[in-house]
Design a protein around this ligand. Structure first.
Ligand code: ZN
Length: 118
């Protein structure tokens, strides 16, 4: 998603990735993003550095944790984006401030991100 967005900006506006300021907002952290084999296999197929962002989950046999923040940071960096902020706020850990589908299921609202061209 982040990669595609940068590609689109480059094509549409001639954007230099070095001029992009990217923010990875509140979202599920590697503390909580537990997945199993099908998801891990998909990441291994699609992401060249998969082994750097997939970890065994010691709390449950056959489960893994994936670091999506680092995944997006690396994908953006590979595109040449240098200014990348990571909020470090996990939506599943902090349901006082954020909605989490994994934790709250149907009993949740939605969140929005806002982007602008300067
Ligand atoms: Zn968490």
């Amino acid at each position: 998603m982040a990669e595609k967005f940068v590609q689109e900006m480059m094509a549409a506006y001639g954007t230099n990735p070095k001029d992009i300021v990217a923010a990875i907002g509140p979202s599920i952290g590697k503390c909580c993003f537990q997945v199993d084999d099908p998801v891990v296999n998909l990441f291994r197929k699609q992401i060249a550095f998969a082994e750097d962002i997939i970890f065994d989950d010691p709390t449950e046999e056959g489960k893994y944790k994936i670091d999506l923040w680092e995944t997006n940071r690396r994908l953006l960096a590979e595109m040449g984006v240098e200014n990348i902020e990571i909020s470090g706020l996990c939506t599943m850990c902090d349901t006082e401030r954020f909605y989490s589908h994994r934790k709250m299921r149907e009993n949740r609202g939605v969140m929005a991100g806002v982007m602008t061209l300067l």
